[in-house]
Design a protein around this ligand. Structure first.
Ligand code: ADP
Length: 438
């Protein structure tokens, strides 16, 4: 038959109060108790059932050495059905009798996933006597000789005992407060440590992602670099043939030239991409004024735009708040999106860059009247090495890294990018850059 002391204690009159406390507090109560026993030189007879681990005996062992009290230790030698998942210390002396009883059956967990244990801490003679009797009954039923010892303690101590000495109770209260304060400090340190561990785990995750990103990039890069090289080799092979007409020769030379450009832009793009973290190690994010960057970049593209008879322009209000980024990153974003606008806009079109405040961000819009993007392709355009087929006959230069670089910059400075596009009408790329908060 199972015996649960906790249930038995709850049926006592007056009903003992239940404390819902964590193991650290239980430990503090136990330590406070032994502090008082030591200071007041109280030799108690003790019955204990403690969880495994030295931590629970750190106060009992030295007390035992000094006072050699009579102890019945039930920690290891009981069947599971007796006091299963219950831990207790029952102490009897002429000055104080009491009980700490912890119930691990009804454990609840707090927000930190730490167990909260229903615990009874009582100095009521009635409760102590009831529990003592229950233990005695179990031990005598099991024929364990220690029940006779309990019987003796009952007669010699508990029966004669009236109430606990108030001075000792007062001392106990003070000790408990001191012990709890010590434990709190320990808990706070533990909490700080846990927060640090969680932060390190997050950093670890980011590092793993970065490593994955880089190794994937290297793999993709090797594949991508092979394409222009193969094309160049083919063109060179064809150029070697003796009976080549002038037009064909021009065509292959043109192909060679294009593939060299592609190779160069591939290498430049990869270097840019790899440099992002290095940039962030060298410089912290800091306030950047869009008005110092956008006009300069637009003007460098003026002649290219004129060649294609494309009108380019910008509006950046004077009093626009500063963004939290790096100058070269903002410049890179503007270059990549503006050059795409010009690249994918046919003769006679328009490309505009506009900046405005939007909540906590600056919205930088790149609007063109270009060829637009087919809706099925939209989710792919930020993938690295994605290079759309423009469908206007001629191959458009680029290596499919421009938007990837923009996106990676924005991830690092807390911004975002989105796009609206309509085939034949044009595209709007919207970049949100966080405002510098000081
Ligand atoms: P690249 O321009 O070097 O190919 P990007 O990463 O900059 O690489 O762009 C990826 C693809 O997204 C382009 O090949 C193109 O298909 C599409 N794209 C980007 N910007 C525009 C735009 N303004 N108009 C139409 N298509 C665009």
């Amino acid at each position: 038959m199972s015996v649960y002391l906790y249930q038995i204690a709850l049926s006592c009159v007056p009903k003992p109060q239940i404390l819902a406390i964590n193991t650290i507090t239980v430990n503090a109560l136990l330590s406070a108790l032994f502090d008082v026993f030591n200071e007041e030189k109280i030799k108690c007879n003790i019955i204990i059932k403690l969880p495994p681990g030295e931590l629970w005996r750190k106060d009992l062992t030295p007390y035992q050495k000094v006072f050699s009290p009579e102890i019945i230790d039930l920690s290891n030698n009981l069947d599971q059905e007796y006091f299963y998942r219950e831990y207790f210390i029952l102490f009897l002396s002429n000055q104080i009798c009491g009980l700490i009883l912890v119930n691990r059956h009804q454990v609840k967990y707090n927000f930190e996933k730490k167990p909260i244990l229903p615990t009874i801490f009582s100095f009521e003679k009635q409760t102590v006597a009831t529990i003592l009797l229950s233990i005695e009954t179990v031990l005598s039923g099991l024929n364990m000789p220690s029940y006779q010892l309990i019987n003796k303690w009952n007669k010699e101590i508990l029966k004669r005992f009236k109430v606990a000495d108030p001075l000792i109770l007062n001392k106990l209260l003070n000790k408990q407060i001191q012990r709890l304060q010590k434990m709190r400090k320990y808990e706070t340190n533990e909490r700080i440590l846990n927060a640090k561990i969680r932060m390190l785990e997050r950093q670890n995750q980011t590092l793993i992602k970065e490593i994955d990103f880089k190794s994937e990039l290297i793999k993709n890069t090797a594949q991508e670099l092979r394409i222009p090289l193969t094309n160049m080799k083919t063109a060179l092979g064809l150029l070697e043939s003796t009976n080549l007409k002038m037009a064909q020769r021009q065509k292959y030379l043109h192909l060679l030239n294009n593939q060299c450009d592609r190779q160069t832009s591939l290498i430049n793009g990869i270097v840019e991409l790899m440099k992002l973290d290095e940039d962030l190690e060298k410089n912290k994010l800091h306030p950047v004024n869009l008005a110092d960057i956008v006009p300069g970049v637009v003007s460098t593209y003026q002649s290219l735009a004129q060649e294609k008879e494309i009108m380019i322009g910008y509006t950046i209000p004077e009093n626009l708040p500063l963004v939290n980024c790096l100058e070269n990153w903002v410049k890179q974003i503007v270059i990549n999106l503006l050059s795409n606008g010009i690249k994918f806009t046919p003769v006679g079109g328009r490309v505009l860059v506009k900046g405005k405040l939007q909540g906590e961000y600056i919205l930088l819009e790149f609007q063109d009247t270009g060829i637009g993007i087919v809706s099925q392709e939209l989710p792919k355009i930020f993938d690295r090495f994605y290079h759309g087929k423009p469908g206007i006959g001629e191959e458009v230069p680029g290596c499919g890294l421009g938007l990837t670089i923009v996106q990676q910059i924005l991830i690092r400075c807390g911004g975002t990018i989105s796009v609206n596009s309509k085939v034949g009408s044009g595209s709007i790329f919207k970049v949100l850059l966080p405002i510098y908060k000081g």
